[in-house]
Design a binder for this molecule. Sequence first.
Ligand SMILES: Nc1ncnc2c1ncn2[C@@H]1O[C@H](COP(=O)(O)OP(=O)(O)OP(=O)(O)O)[C@@H](O)[C@H]1O
Length: 686
Amino acid sequence: MDNIFELEKSHLSITYQELTDTLNSVQKLLSDNSNDARKFKTQSGHDNALNFDSYADNLDTFASMETMNKQIDYFNSKQNQLETIKEKAIQLLPNPYFARIDIKYSDEPEVIPFYIGSTGFSKVPEDPLVIDWRSPIADLYYNNQLGKTFYQANKQKISVELITRRQFLLHDNILQDIFDTDVAIQDPLLVKTLQENKNNQMSSITATIQKEQNLIIRDEDPSALLVNGIAGSGKTSVVLQRIAYLLYRHRNSLIAEDVLLLTPNSLFTSYINEVLPSLGEDTPSQMTFEKFMQNFGNRENFKNKRSHLRIINNKINDLNLSIDDFCKLEFKQESIFTNQQLLKLFNKTPKSLTLTKRITALTELILNIVTDKIRRLSLDPDIQAKLDDLTDGEQNNIFGKVISPTSELEIIQATKKLLHWQYRNLIRQIKQKDWLNIPQILNNILGTEEENFLDYCFVKLKLLNLSRRNLKFIMVDEVQDYTLDELFFLITAIPNAKWTLVGDEFQSIKNIKTSITFNDLEDLFKQNQISVKQINLYTSYRSSGNITRLFTKFGSKKLANNIKIIQSNGSKPQELSITSNELIHTLKRQLSQFKSNELSAVITTHSKKAEELASALKINLLKSNSTLPKSGTSIMPLITAKGLEFDNVIVINDDKLYYSDTRLGNNRMYTALSRASKKLFINTIN
Ligand SMILES: Nc1ncnc2c1ncn2[C@@H]1O[C@H](COP(=O)(O)OP(=O)(O)OP(=O)(O)O)[C@@H](O)[C@H]1O
């Protein structure tokens, strides 16, 4: 073993040195390349003074311009390649790799070692120094099966023998420990990682992804992957690793903007914000469902809480519009189209089409009429004369330059442009379909005056064709907090995406009328012809054994039987029953047991109580739009603590109804307790 340790130590020094040398030489090459490019551009600027005097001169000039462009492309492409190498070296230097696997191919006499890191790095392609954790071979490390096994590459099954699976504890060029592991023993690197203090930023789990998590990260078969996992089973971590995996595997066709991650609040978004950049990936669009909905309207204007998407969906395409379903179009006090005219035009669109298509056709009809009017007006000498009244500033605004049209054609074209500019707001209104009376259409479908926000947005989405077709992957965290209608809305709004949905049925704590089960979710996707695979995660990574056993009691019997605990038992959670007068004193005593370099939380039932206690105890108050401090204690209501984690947690149960509500009470307790990893106090106030 000592010999192995020495060999690995020397391998690490060599790798570290190679990375350092590469970084130094790349920095030099980058600066040389940009100097060369600058020199070349200045030089060719002099050499290729544009000469279009004769046909022969034209050809010469074009030829030398083409050569020059090619050379500039070459400089740019070289610069990009060098930048990529530099970024990889910088990413790897603090932690060159975390594992090694030795593989024996049946047709090769020798065993080949591969070192796995957070990105791949090779000086020569045939001999990688470090392979990327997302590469097909690295699957063998995560699958954790020594002996005869296989991996898939280019849809081919490659049989191999996994001889060694070695993990490293290291930083920079310092090797601290090595572990040769197989399935029989627990993952020592994982245990060490989990013992570290919690942080205000979530970190990647690349080095210690477990087999069941790896299956979720890499599974691309189902159109929807639905993960129901207990608190602290790594659902959020897996979603982020999966995004990094997909961006890597589809790097030629997928960019971060094609992925949307829906998160519970902005505090949570800032908490997970560092994971993808630490893996060298861009972060996708991240937003809350509320934010996503702001694209469709303003929730404040709506009172009705109950949505009716199914009814709307069933009726909307057979709807026939009547006069009240239109709003007259006016422009600068001039009536452009009355309701009557709009209805007449609508009736000209083919009745065989769906309503959405008829509305698109009607938009075209209206636009054609306006464009035709502009064309006619542009021939009118009185209107053409207005060109002369334009100041230079106005001309720049409208045409992008000062103009002096001379021929009749030029004058007509300029007038047309001027009219288009003057009518731009009208054209926008037409394209936005402001002439449709959405509330009235909704009223026709449902027969109710009081509208629901989601219903309104759904009608708008369908009739105005507002779906986001570009999105290829959508990730939904805390999916148990959505209603079926909200998810149906998303399915309609994002029609081309593949879905990853993660949540925990026991963390459904929102006060909504109808709670959903994961089977309801599965049915919803199937009904919409989206293939679904449901996966359960029962391993608790975040919390100590004692804390996990306590919070799972608030789940179900089945859950308590299925859970798997990774961490040691740790200290026993303390449950106290106190009077409200004793609260401050008790809290002070408990808080004094937390270390200042740990992250701790006091979780209240309501935000008012959190505000009161924050000023009484002089501790940081966390709101859903705050950022989490690096360490120390913060206080927040449960709804804000959702999804976050702390070393130590104090739960204050000062509202009997809150934690004993028949449907939500247990879920709230389960969610609150499971935020803690090491120490837990529960103060119940009598
Ligand atoms: N394979 C792993 N290796 C190292 N740490 C892990 C692993 N899986 C999970 N963890 C850690 O466990 C903790 C919980 O993970 P995460 O927050 O992703 O769980 P979750 O299922 O989303 O939790 P919750 O539903 O309670 O919000 C995190 O600190 C995470 O880093």
